[in-house]
Ligand binder design. Structure first.
Ligand code: ADP
Length: 186
């Protein structure tokens, strides 16, 4: 977890690689559907371009299908999901059904101004449609309103692992591995 621009996607790849599990990014799946022009992509694009969340039932169905894939049988890392309280409940139901359990909820703690400037920089490099200044602001608001409360929920479940997300990518990865008590291979 972490606000837009916290570096979730970047760190997710390293963690998933370490554990030999897929990193499942809802944002990436949505973007792939948008570029393929699928019905899901057409629907999701309207919300994404405005910085709003895609409706829960659409997102939930997509995650449910994804974690049913064979490569996720032994475990998976979710990046960008759950993002609403309804998604938390839905995820609980899904993994109860598949027989998985949550080992940890990792929260990348970052400074708000710093992440906005990261996102503006990324906008120039990657040209993501939702990386314009107005949309970035809206995404931050939506995060604070709908997703930040989830941190408390997972704290109460004793699953929350908070890591300082500021600094070099490798430095943050090291903090994550330390916090998760894993020894990186390289
Ligand atoms: P960010 O950099 O904002 O974390 P992501 O790539 O994770 O971006 O997500 C991009 C967009 O995809 C979000 O702004 C939202 O519209 C949509 N999205 C991703 N995950 C979810 C989710 N769990 N629920 C609803 N919408 C989502």
């Amino acid at each position: 977890m972490g606000p837009p621009g916290a570096g979730k996607g970047t760190q997710a790849k390293y963690i998933a690689e370490h554990f030999g599990i897929p990193a499942i990014s809802t944002g990436d799946i949505f973007r792939a559907n948008v570029s393929d022009g699928t019905p899901l992509g057409v629907e999701a694009k309207r919300y994404m371009d405005a910085g709003e969340y895609v409706p829960d039932e659409v997102t939930n169905r997509m995650v449910r299908n994804r974690i049913d894939e064979p490569d996720a049988a032994e475990g998976f890392l979710l990046d960008g999901y759950p993002r609403t309280l309804a998604q938390v409940e839905e995820l609980d139901g899904m993994i109860k059904f598949t027989g998985h359990q949550l080992d940890a909820v990792l929260s990348l703690v970052v400074d708000k101004d710093e992440v906005v400037s990261r996102l503006l920089q990324r906008a120039q490099i990657e040209g993501r449609a939702d990386d314009t200044e107005d949309v970035i602001r809206r995404r931050q608001e939506v995060y604070l309103d709908q997703t930040e409360p989830l941190i408390q929920v997972y704290k109460e479940r004793s699953l929350l692992v908070e890591v300082d997300g500021l600094g070099e990518v490798e430095e943050v990865t090291k903090r994550i591995f330390d916090a998760l008590d894993v020894v990186p291979e390289s």
